[in-house]
Design a protein around this ligand. Structure first.
Ligand code: PRP
Ligand code: URA
Length: 209
């Protein structure tokens, strides 16, 4: 089973409260999604391998550490995942960015894929799939299934809010994927929205409602 980490850092919990508030406007909402993505990325990159290098400080020669040439890709699930990309790139600016477009059919709640463009060398990369919301899990499961067909080295899923139903489904469908979240909420409602959640993440990021 992959790692499942719910981050309880005070900064994340504080920012999440503002994010959930229905009175928070799109500008602040986007900034908070990005900041939380940076904080989750900090934890999700904790196990990157290091190698020793030799550098010269103004005082002496020193043996220090550097990240061991690890190649990374960030893959947002459109649309809401786009909101997390800048926050990820703030810490890993050399990562390539792929895109996978999925929306939930409002009647069946099943994900429908409409776009997929991934880095050509994705099989050499560690992939960070990002989407703020993990509700039924259908979108994340489908996106990861598509990405796995291209044979990346390892996949991590970074989300902000999950429902227990979605977390269970993702962990069962892709037990090799590590999952990082800011909150595990109570449940889904009859329309598969997360309770208490934050509403429709895509609409709140892009101001479409
Ligand atoms: C939202 C969200 C996730 C998905 C989660 O996207 O950003 O991708 O729902 O739900 P699931 O776990 O039940 O699949 P949505 O389908 O609303 O598309 P959008 O981002 O384009 O608005
Ligand atoms: N997608 C969202 O944006 N919000 C939810 O609560 C569930 C799915």
């Amino acid at each position: 089973m992959g790692k499942i980490l719910i981050m309880d850092h005070p900064l994340i919990q504080h920012k999440l409260s503002i994010l959930r508030d229905k009175n928070t406007g799109s500008k602040e909402f986007r900034a908070l999604i990005s900041e939380i993505a940076t904080l989750i990325c900090y934890e999700a990159t904790r196990d990157l391998p290091l190698e020793e290098i030799e550098i010269e400080t103004p005082i002496c020669v020193a043996k220090t550490k550097t990240i061991a040439g690890k190649k990374m890709a960030v893959v947002p699930i459109l649309r809401a995942g786009l909101g997390m990309v800048d926050g990820m790139l703030a810490l890993v600016p050399s990562a390539r960015v792929g895109h996978i477009g999925l929306y939930r059919d409002p009647a069946t709640l099943n994900p429908v894929e409409y776009y997929c463009k991934l880095p050509a060398d994705i099989e050499e990369r560690e992939v960070f799939v990002v989407d703020p919301m993990l509700a039924t899990g259908g979108s994340a499961i489908d996106a990861i299934t598509q990405i796995k067909k291209r044979g990346p080295k390892h996949i991590k899923f970074l989300g902000i809010i999950a429902a227990p139903e979605g977390l269970d489904a993702l962990a069962k469908a892709h037990p090799d994927v590590d999952i990082y979240l800011a909150s595990l909420d109570e449940k889904l409602n009859d329309h598969a929205y997360i309770i208490p959640g934050l509403g429709d993440a895509g609409d709140r990021i892009f101001g479409t409602k």
